[in-house]
Design a protein around this ligand. Structure first.
Ligand code: C5P
Length: 219
């Protein structure tokens, strides 16, 4: 039986990729299966939390007891996050949000006539940083998938976005895989988690968060 560490807590997560339309048949996206976000959503629900997962396009089934809000673009994910996160205790940004979107999606399919094609991209809003900046907002957790210098980039991300915890992983060890290896970064430093499947790693993240919340509430 799972420990009810998060009984009575409201947890909102983002998961999966976003699709940014180029034209009616093409999108810009990131490689993300949604597996880590869904594994975390499932673990939080088993641990007694009231869980909402804001999911980008992914074929994964909704874990038992989890409320799912499907979105496609980063802007839709942002609206959903602003709707659900302010009343939550915890907000976990697991989604691989596209950093940029085409400025003007074409109404009709772009034809392959020219030998080069230039797309103008505009920056998407940083959903997690916005939620972390809310006064009286939830405790915020972010992910950092990097291809190198994980410690450096994860710690920068934690500071720049104002997060309590960052879960760092090397992209080559995580994307689309069932097994993953992560390092947790918080105010007290760096905490490597043993490699495992995404459910095992999700439970290790929950255990760490539970300790952080106890320290905060007792401190
Ligand atoms: O800056 P970077 O994209 O590497 O940060 C990753 C973290 O920030 C993840 O937790 C991701 O879900 C979140 N994020 C976001 N909105 C963005 C970009 C990233 O919520 N536009």
């Amino acid at each position: 039986l799972a420990p009810k560490w998060f009984q009575g807590k409201r947890v909102v997560l983002t998961a999966g990729p976003t699709y940014e339309p180029i034209d009616p048949v093409r999108v810009l996206t990131n490689l993300s299966s949604g597996k880590m976000g869904f594994a975390l959503a499932e673990a939080f629900a088993m641990a007694g939390a009231e869980v909402t997962v804001i999911a980008g396009p992914t074929a994964l089934p909704t874990p038992w007891g989890v409320t799912r809000v499907d979105v496609v673009t980063a802007q839709q994910m942002r609206s959903a996050a602003h709707e659900y996160a302010p009343s939550a205790d915890l907000f976990v940004g697991v989604a691989a949000v596209a950093d940029y979107r085409p400025e003007t999606p074409q109404e009709h399919k772009i034809k392959k006539s020219a030998s080069t094609l230039t797309l103008t991209l505009v920056k998407n809003p940083d959903i997690l940083a916005e939620i972390a900046a809310l006064p009286h907002g939830p405790l915020c957790v972010g992910f950092a998938a990097e291809s190198r210098d994980l410690d450096h980039y994860a710690e920068c991300k934690r500071r720049e976005k104002g997060l309590s915890l960052v879960v760092g992983n090397l992209a080559q060890e995580a994307l689309g895989q069932d097994e993953t290896r992560v390092v947790l970064y918080d105010d007290f430093g760096r905490h490597p988690v043993p490699a495992g499947n995404k459910s095992e790693v999700a439970w290790a993240i929950l255990a760490h968060l539970k300790r952080m919340i106890s320290v905060r509430d007792e401190g």
